[in-house]
Design a binder for this molecule. Structure first.
Ligand code: BG6
Ligand code: MG
Ligand code: MG
Length: 220
């Protein structure tokens, strides 16, 4: 059904989305305003700098470019601290199993993440070897919803974008997949990810057994 599968990282393969949120919320607190999970949806899939700009917008704060740089570094410092203890336990349900299942069927696999920390995280999780190509935040000019990150992934796998399926937890990522001419599977809340072609709660649902040793198929 597809020749290439492209995976977002944070919130799809690994449970790091909450650490991004914790670090942003801590920054907002320090700046004197509240940053809610609803606000945070807008940061998912978005680059570090763009995320900061959105956060500052929410707080109604304007800062100099130098200060912006410092704030972004501060957030990343906290984030890296939070994830420094990551182990394979942080893999989301079905992630490793589904990647392995696809590989066994000859489907090419790429990572398409906005995160500059992506290689470090893959390494911590011990899953670098499951990817044919890795595109991270250091390799793209334009952030999601621009399709650049996914088109690069397709190019590196040497698969036509129209034969690729993207797995994403971010609204911006679903839009990026569509703009790139790819099918999109939303991983998360069907109400938030209404623009996706299909929505699953986790990658476990993409396995023929629905993630359980024996069980009903949730595959669509
Ligand atoms: C994305 C996350 O994967 O990476 C965003 O969904 C994050 O929330 C972005 O801002 C950039 O990550 P990093 O690790 O480069 O700050
Ligand atoms: Mg994500
Ligand atoms: Mg991402």
């Amino acid at each position: 059904w597809c020749k290439g599968a492209i995976f977002d990282l944070d919130g799809v393969i690994v449970d790091t989305a909450r650490y991004h949120y914790l670090a942003w919320r801590r920054l907002a607190e320090e700046l004197g305003f509240e940053f809610t999970p609803e606000h945070n949806e807008r940061l998912k899939g978005v680059s570090r700098m763009r995320s900061l700009e959105i956060l500052l917008e929410v707080g109604g704060i304007s800062v100099s470019p130098e200060e912006k740089q410092q704030l972004a570094e501060k957030k990343n410092h906290w984030y890296v601290e939070y994830i420094s203890a990551l182990t394979p336990d942080a893999l989301l349900p079905g992630a490793r199993e589904f990647l392995t299942w696809l590989r066994e069927r000859g489907v090419k696999i790429a990572l398409g993440s906005a995160s500059k920390n992506a290689p470090l995280i893959l390494d911590r999780l011990g899953i670098t070897g499951l990817f044919d190509a890795v595109v991270d935040g250091t390799m793209v000019e334009k952030a999601k919803p621009d399709p650049e990150v996914f088109l690069k992934g397709a190019g590196l796998m040497d698969v036509d974008p129209r034969e690729c399926v993207v797995f994403e937890d971010a609204v911006a990522g679903i839009e990026a997949a569509r703009r790139g001419g790819m099918k999109a599977v939303g991983v998360g809340d069907p109400e938030v990810l209404a623009e996706a072609d299909w929505v699953v709660r986790s990658l476990a649902e993409c396995l023929p057994t629905g993630g359980a040793s024996e069980g009903s198929s949730e595959e669509k």
